[in-house]
Design a binder for this molecule. Structure first.
Ligand SMILES: O=C1C[C@@](O)(C(=O)O)C[C@@H](O)[C@@H]1O
Length: 762
């Protein structure tokens, strides 16, 4: 009881956990770059969806029944093993049902497709390709290796195929997107460098036609077999979190795939949909029947219609160009048109085509159009949607004239389209760790070819003093705040912030508004040009710079330009969401109970928001009062006695629900309490740990853990009590990914953040 009582006592606010405050993010939007997603895009819109609710049937190979349990755990459902399709009853609706692949053949084709979704799970480590008939008949096919087993890959595969996450929506909201065209004959060669290769990319293209499958006689297959291609896709997906683009480029369009049998394209491209590949490149020359079929059968994958002209006679201002566009859009989610040109002016003709198409067909799918060759390189800097890029570490470029992300950014900077900005990490004396963060951001900017300058600066411990003096600068490009600061105090105590938007104050993203805490300040172009009405002066004495020097600013440098505005945002919740869904599909959280421990609502708010996005059931709280805005649509119950704790523990204890550990008792515990409250956190995870024969691991996220686990750490206790444990470093890295997206509009993979920031993560 003492421990619970302790909960109820007013607690002194400890330093905010590094992780939740977004320890190390920052950057700013290049003013000439299109703005990052508008505030209205930063909503639950691209957050987890309910998705496909059909019963999930897993076909498994001999001795591989374990995979059924893993699928069930990732989805957060109970499972059972059945003998065949005939055994499956309507009562199994909410289960994952495993059927041995060997018994599936007779009935798989006559299954009720409206009520069941069939996934052929095939382990490639056993050396045999999947059964050809089952591969063709199933809805999806999951290829995996037994050791190492990449749980992340399964979670991503299932979240995508069942429609619980939507990569495309997220990418559509970005102002600029790039995809890297990998050209390796064997993706294994790319894997050691995949983190660095994909910095700045939003998707990775696998050029299937360039893969070279070695044969036993030392030669290579004319066309890589489906089983070889499947394994290559699996290997790539195990190592990158980026969406994959599956391309079988034909011989006429600079590829190696033969054109004599269009059905072969269907076979490969449809299989890629079954493998859960996010983007399928479908060439426009293919018969309409094939394009239509692929479009209709695409599930949650997206079709990129592709047209290339190498003749040198293609003209953008022509009826032909328009009719190609119109034909492409019939069966496409993205339209790609690429041509060889002869004259630099044709780049401008392409831009005219782009704007004409946009004006005349506003509802058409987005257009990715560039010109090839050196003459066409300029167009690669102007295309904003799905620009194909290369990287110096690739063996060859995929098309003449391709540029890297760094080259494109450097070109934009030279052309005045990406002016140099000053980006700040605003820390407080309590969270000072300037040098490593500065190094990390410099590394990122360098890798991305961005001209910006980053500096860690220190604000006063109390109040918002000093922040406005960094923001109200001509070259201000954005900032992260660590610790985060309350949105109300930021605006209330600052004449600058409250004067923005003609006195309406700065724009708040939905997340920042509901969470109430700001950890990112984003600069956006403001077309109306009157965003900032603040005087172009520095309101207080020049702030102290921490280690890194930008030089003192004075009012002569001018204030925030009038054609820009500031958006106050929160990136931490996304970091928490990504951490929670790294090894589990969102559905694993739907409707399940959670516990959040924190010593103030400020510390808990990002976690609560993430849990809300994950549609959890009840949230038990410890140590803080949930703000009304956040409590809306959440069922919140504060723990205020041992009895309430005991009740929560017993809810659904007799259920045969997920993991048989009581579906109602808390499934996820998130703590933002510092080490001084470690005993309490440890006690709670012990209380809520999986009991008896529980098959499912619950989730524990410690937002305040240290880099090295100590004796009695809640994380260690949680591990012993059957939890999968995540910590501050995971959240910080995912939050950094989000902050970079918000501030510079560029994607830096999680794995790169982990790698480039060192083990201790800043
Ligand atoms: O379609 C494209 C674009 C591309 O051809 C280019 O020009 O960069 C490169 C190809 O790999 C990709 O599939």
């Amino acid at each position: 009881m003492a421990a619970v009582q302790q909960l109820l006592e007013p607690v002194r606010t400890p330093a905010r956990p590094q992780s939740i405050n977004g320890t190390a993010h920052t950057m700013a939007v290049g003013m000439g770059l299109p703005s990052p997603p508008a505030t209205s895009d930063i909503t639950f819109g691209s957050s987890p969806q309910g998705g496909d609710t059909r019963m999930v049937i897993i076909l498994y190979g001999q001795g591989q029944d374990k995979i059924v349990a893993v699928f069930a755990e990732v989805l957060g459902k109970p499972y059972r093993l059945g003998g065949g399709f005939k055994d499956v009853a309507p009562d199994d609706k909410d289960l994952v049902v495993g059927i041995p692949a060997g018994s599936a053949n007779p009935d798989i084709s006559s299954r009720d497709r409206a009520s069941v979704v069939v996934i052929n799970a095939h382990c490639t480590s056993l050396g045999m390709p999947p059964d050809v008939y089952l591969s063709a008949q199933c809805d999806y096919e999951f290829l995996y290796t037994e050791t190492p087993f990449f749980r992340r890959d399964l979670s991503r595969f299932i979240s995508h195929t069942l429609g619980q996450i939507n990569h495309h929506e997220t990418l559509m909201a970005k102002p600029r997107t790039y995809f890297i065209s990998t050209t390796f004959p064997d993706v294994r060669a790319a894997l050691p460098n995949i983190d660095i290769l994909t910095v700045g990319s939003d998707a990775v293209e696998i050029r299937v036609d360039l893969l070279k499958e070695p044969l036993s006689d030392g030669s290579f297959a004319a066309i890589p077999s489906l089983s070889y291609v499947g394994e290559q896709v699996m290997l790539l997906r195990q190592r990158t979190e980026l969406p994959i683009i599956f391309t079988t480029r034909c011989t006429k369009e600079n590829g190696k795939f033969p054109m004599d049998n269009p059905d072969l394209y269907y076979e490969y491209l449809y299989r890629a949909i079954q493998w859960g590949v996010e983007y399928i490149d479908v060439e426009l020359w293919l018969p309409e029947s094939i394009r239509r079929k692929l479009y209709e059968q695409r599930g949650n994958s997206r079709i990129m219609s592709a047209f290339h002209d190498f003749s040198g006679r293609f003209k953008w201002p022509s009826k032909q160009a328009e009719s190609i566009f119109l034909e492409s859009r019939r069966y496409a989610d993205i339209i790609k048109m690429i041509a060889i040109i002869n004259d630099h002016n044709e780049n401008f003709e392409l831009e005219y085509f782009r704007s004409k198409i946009k004006a005349e067909y506003p509802d058409a799918p987005p257009l990715s159009a560039v010109n090839m060759g050196e003459t066409g390189q300029f167009s690669r800097t102007l295309n904003k949607f799905f620009t194909p890029i290369t990287h110096p570490l690739l063996p060859i470029i995929a098309a003449p004239g391709q540029l890297s992300a760094a080259e494109i950014n450097q070109a934009l900077a030279l052309l005045g389209q990406l002016p140099k900005k000053d980006i700040y990490g605003i820390s407080s004396p309590a969270t000072r760790s300037a040098t490593p963060q500065a190094t990390f951001y410099e590394k990122c900017f360098n890798e991305l070819g961005l001209p910006h300058h980053f500096a860690v600066v220190e604000r006063q411990l109390k109040g918002t003093g000093g922040i406005e003096s960094w923001c109200n600068q001509r070259n201000f490009g954005g900032a992260y705040l660590n610790p985060a600061i309350s949105a109300t105090s930021l605006t209330a105590s600052s004449g600058f912030f409250s004067s923005l938007n003609h006195g309406a104050g700065p724009v708040l993203s939905e997340a920042a508004r509901l969470i109430g805490m700001v950890d990112t300040i984003v600069v956006r172009p403001n077309p109306s040009g009157f965003a900032s009405s603040a005087p172009a002066s520095v309101p207080s004495s020049p702030p102290r710079h921490n280690g890194d020097s930008l030089g003192p600013y004075t009012s002569t440098q001018g204030g925030l330009p009038h054609n820009t505005s500031l958006v106050l945002d929160n990136a931490s919740w996304k970091g928490i969401l990504s951490t929670l869904t790294r090894d589990l599909a969102p559905s694993a959280y739907f409707g399940r109970a959670a516990v959040v421990l924190a010593s103030s609502s400020d510390d808990a708010a990002s976690a609560l928001f993430a849990l809300k996005a994950l549609k959890v059931g009840k949230v038990y709280t410890v140590g803080f009062r949930t703000p009304p805005a956040l409590a809306k649509d959440l069922v919140v119950e504060p723990f205020n006695s041992l009895e309430s704790l005991q009740r929560a523990r017993m809810v659904g204890a007799d259920a045969t629900g997920p993991g048989s550990s009581g579906a109602g008792s808390p499934f996820v515990v998130i703590s933002a309490l510092g080490p001084e409250k470690g005993n309490l956190v440890g006690m709670l995870v012990r209380v809520f740990g999986s009991r008896g024969s529980a098959k499912t691991r619950k989730v524990f996220l410690d937002l305040a853990d240290g880099p090295v686990p100590r004796r009695g750490d809640p994380g260690l206790i949680a591990e012993q009590s059957g939890f999968a444990v995540y910590g501050a470093a995971d959240v910080t890295a995912f939050t950094t990914v989000e902050t970079l997206r918000l501030l510079v509009g560029q994607n830096v993979p999680y794995s790169f953040v982990r790698l480039a920031s060192g083990r201790a993560l800043f």
